[in-house]
Design a protein around this ligand. Sequence first.
Ligand code: NAD
Length: 234
Amino acid sequence: MKKALVTGGSRGIGAAICRALARDGWKVYINYNESGDKARALAEETGGVAVWADVSDEAAVRAMFDAVGDVDLLVSNAGIAHAELVQDLSEADWRRLFAVNTDGAFHAVRAAVPGMIRRKRGNIIIITSVCGVWGSSCETAYSATKGALIAMAKSLFKELGPSGIRVNAIAPGVIDTDMTACFSAEEKAAMAADTPLGRIGTPEDVAELAAFLASDRASFITGQIIGCDGGFAL
Ligand code: NAD
């Protein structure tokens, strides 16, 4: 059975990706940081395994991969958001966003890649954001971390392609998860109205794209930054 590891898999987009992959026959390793109960419940539901690591902690990520072993698919999904005017943004918040969103993806990729290169096959999906493509007012730090992930994906697919490893990124628009729970119903309605398809997205919308990219049906697709946003452009 092919093995997938999804960072930040206990809830939201990550959990939907875990469910879609399990449905498609993957053995899913569900990484969590704080939501152990949710991750274990999802593992029971999907026949997967809950594995702890704070992705910003390089040693913890290495220990997690040592325990899991080689994986066929890495979905780097763990992330945090922060909205603030740039002049009020603290150094600590800037660094925290990079530590989780960007360093976290780097730690997971670096731990996953040696086994993929050894076996001459592998697949990496990085969850970035429309903010990383277009930028977003009051989300300078978050957008910068997500833009860095796009540059990372664009470098990785070139470096790893000759080893049989595909690398793609998904750039979701506004998706209904805990991350967007800070928006009021009115704000969500306004964002839906600004979206050509007339609604905000669900975690399942993103999960179906990830499941496709994970599958052999996408075997000639690499180096793509694919929007999943209903046409919403910031
Ligand atoms: P969410 O807050 O529900 O999920 C984030 C997940 O990341 C959680 O499981 C959380 O525990 C995990 N996480 C956070 N810090 C971690 C750490 N240090 N170590 C390990 N795990 C950690 O939000 P979501 O919307 O499901 O977000 C998933 C991804 O999608 C994120 O990378 C986010 O930036 C991205 N994204 C979300 C939206 C949206 O509108 N919801 C839009 C674009 C991109």
